[in-house]
Design a protein. Structure first.
Length: 191
């Protein structure tokens, strides 16, 4: 029987059945090239862990804990992070596919999304204060009543964000992002 608390372990090419179980905790672990697609990760807690080249598409993360987690080159399409535990929630993504992921009402301040595809990702009512979106495709991503104070979207593209519906104080945008901020006015911007 697997211990309830795993620490400083590396898991390579495993499937979810090999880590699941009621109230298991993984601390400072690495998951490399694992297939957790469609997995039920209910009540698992990950602290200071890294996922590299993993597939978590449509994984059920209900009541799962993600505390200071880095996802690198992972596929997380359709993952509903809004069902995960709020306590100490902190996730960062690099070169990931987050299409159709849901972060509804999550607080993920100072997070980092770098070189990610986030087509139709839901950030409704999130607190993304000081978050960095670096070279991300935010095509049809949902921003409504989202806190983006101090957020950096200068290198990201294809977003539509209504300044009247979201908190944007001190957020950073490039000139190329202006159409996404002014789209509700149905005006043409050239240059």
């Amino acid at each position: 029987m697997q211990p309830q608390h795993q620490e400083d372990q590396t898991f390579t090419k495993i499937i979810a059945d090999q880590i699941t179980g009621h109230n298991r905790t993984y601390e400072n672990c690495r998951f490399i090239n694992c297939d957790f697609s469609y997995a039920n990760l209910y009540s698992l807690v990950f602290t200071d862990c890294t996922f590299e080249d993993c597939n978590l598409s449509l994984a059920d993360v209900s009541s799962a804990g993600f505390q200071n987690i880095n996802f690198i080159h992972c596929k997380l399409s359709g993952v509903n992070f809004s069902k995960s535990i709020d306590f100490l929630f902190e996730v960062h993504f690099e070169n990931c596919i987050l299409d159709n992921a849901v972060f509804y009402k999550k607080k993920n301040k100072k997070s980092r999304f770098s070189d990610c595809s986030m087509v139709e990702t839901d950030f409704t009512e999130c607190d993304l204060t000081d978050t960095k979106f670096i070279n991300c495709n935010l095509n049809r991503a949902f921003f409504s009543r989202t806190i983006l104070k101090g957020a950096d979207l200068r290198t990201s593209y294809n977003f539509t964000i209504d300044p009247d519906d979201n908190q944007l104080k001190k957020a950073q945008f490039s000139v190329h992002g202006l159409p996404g901020l002014l789209s509700k006015y149905d005006i043409k911007i050239e240059g």
